[in-house]
Design a protein around this ligand. Structure first.
Ligand code: ADP
Length: 501
């Protein structure tokens, strides 16, 4: 029997990973590689896009080498760090400069100028986003304005812009040797600040203001679509690329959050929570983002998104900065041993606070310490800070959705931090809703594989995939509403002490 496999390529912020799934979506082989982060000056973060591409090609070749020769690799699915901006020369295939990573703050001034010119409401209405250097548009404008010769070459049609998905697809489909696909999917497009999520097209008014020629931009396709053929010369086999989504949207698909009201939260370095709002494009009044959750058959499903900068990274700081633990996993036993009565709060605003505060100038604090506060209590406060910040996001979502959030709807979780059972229980307690951890937690890669599988007919519809979602463990809230609100009230007071605006 011929096995029909899907190759998922997961290009993240610190590492790239290739996973081969069989047609029952079981992992057959995987390979991963970290790559260098480049910090040219304070607030700047860059990646070498050529290194990302050569690593990805190598990883794909490695996992394909583990398939038997009779296996059919039916399709490739790609998921990627979002917003990171690449500008390259169509003739040589060389990036004109290092990619500007989503975390990079160099275009803060441009965003301030746009805000002063009154663009905020218009940009939010058109793109669902806020005016923040996070998104690709101002990064691309920065390239055109500062890289010598870039604007002239762009106007002659010699250059191409893409987020990492476009860059990888262009290279996989032959790159500078000709005929390569210059495409992206609607979820990645929705993070550029250039894409109108209502009309589903690049927005000429924003392009005009940022002085970006349309000829630079990729064609925008559904998440399950024909993105082009990865060439035999590149991978050793010709394989169609059939599924693409940005990492958080792919995780939403991997968690099969296909119905309005379903939500997932991913706890890696940071935390990203997405709530499916169906065909309704909800405009946030609480500084959350409106984004495309996925687009199938030309139909966008919208989502509201909230992000926290420091989730697992807080535990890393407890490990590497404070040296209270030597391994993140030790945090679980310590937190469970902490004095129940401790009311120490840690606000991990190391680089400011994200949604719903968006205060870039706030800095971290530990409050409420007594002589009884020890290592266990500090570790517990670090973990709890992630639960409290998630509740901040949920409160903002509830305020943005007409009728609020369904109180009993579970939150599906994934990412490295959810291995910690104490954290998952605390999250359920603080949110007052069930927290569900799936058996397979590489949901980002899985989501990309699902999208590709939909396109090639390995599965017929999103509903088929929903039944594949398998629960590892559900955590039920155990605190009374009063206890829960009292603890959360303490957090809100702690945050109020450090906000600068
Ligand atoms: P990313 O994809 O952002 O690199 P991962 O999903 O691999 O992140 O998760 C890694 C993060 O999870 C790290 O920041 C680490 O501190 C945290 N982490 C891993 N295991 C645990 C644990 N048992 N308890 C708490 N945090 C953990």
């Amino acid at each position: 029997m011929v096995n029909r496999m899907i190759l998922a390529l997961d290009q993240g912020t610190t590492s790239s990973r290739a996973i081969l799934f069989n047609d029952a979506f079981e992992e057959v082989a995987s390979a991963q590689k970290e790559f260098p982060q480049i910090y040219p000056q304070d607030g700047w973060v860059e990646h070498d896009a050529a290194v990302i591409w050569s690593d990805c090609r190598e990883l794909c070749r490695q996992v394909l080498g583990k398939a038997s020769s009779g296996d059919e690799i039916a399709a490739i699915g790609i998921t990627n760090q979002r917003e990171t901006t690449v500008l390259w020369d169509r003739a040589t295939g060389a990036p004109v400069a290092n990619a500007i990573v989503w975390q990079d703050r160099r275009t803060a001034q441009t965003c301030d100028t746009l805000r002063a010119e009154g663009w905020l409401d218009k940009v939010q209405a058109k793109t669902g986003l806020l005016l923040d250097p996070y998104f690709s548009g101002t990064k691309l404008a920065w390239f055109l304005d500062t890289v010598p010769g870039a604007r002239g070459r762009a106007e002659k049609g010699e250059l191409a812009f893409g987020t990492i998905d476009s860059w990888l697809i262009w290279n996989l489909t032959g790159g500078a040797s000709g005929g390569a696909s210059h495409v992206t999917d609607a979820t990645n497009a929705s993070r550029t600040l250039l894409f109108n999520i209502e009309t589903q097209d690049w927005d000429d008014e924003i392009l005009g203001r940022l002085n970006i020629p349309r000829s630079l931009l990729p064609q925008v396709l559904d998440c399950a679509a024909d993105f082009g053929m990865a060439s035999e010369a590149v991978l050793g086999r010709a394989i169609p690329i059939c599924g693409v989504a940005g990492d958080q949207q792919a995780a939403t698909v991997g968690q099969t959050c296909f119905r309005p009201g379903m939500m997932k939260s991913t706890y890696g370095t940071g935390c990203f929570a997405l709530l499916n709002t169906g065909s309704e494009k909800v405009t946030s009044h609480n500084q959350l983002l409106t984004t495309i959750g996925y687009r199938l058959d030309g139909k966008p499903t919208y989502a509201v998104e909230g992000s926290i900068f420091m989730a697992g990274a807080t535990i890393q700081w407890v490990r590497d900065g404070l040296k209270l633990i030597s391994d993140a996993a030790e945090s679980e036993a310590l937190a469970s041993s902490a004095d129940e009565r401790s009311r120490a709060y840690m606000v991990p605003a190391f680089t400011g606070l994200g949604a719903p505060y968006w205060d870039p100038h706030a800095r971290g604090a530990i409050l409420g310490m007594t002589r009884d506060t020890g290592i266990a209590e500090l570790v517990r406060a670090a973990i709890e800070s992630v639960s409290y910040q998630t509740r901040d996001l949920m409160e903002a979502m509830a305020a943005d959705i007409s009728g609020g959030l369904d109180a009993s709807a579970p939150l599906r979780v994934d990412g490295g931090m959810v291995r910690n059972n104490w954290f998952c229980q605390n999250l359920a307690d603080i949110l007052g809703r069930p927290v569900e951890r799936p058996r397979y937690t590489e949901t980002t890669a899985l989501g990309a594989a699902y999208l590709a599988a939909l396109q090639v007919g390995i599965c017929g519809s999103p509903e088929d995939l929903s039944s594949a979602w398998a629960l590892d463990r559900a955590f039920e809230p155990s605190l009374s509403p009063d206890q829960r609100d009292a603890r959360y009230g303490g957090w809100k007071e702690a945050v109020a002490r450090i906000l600068t605006t």
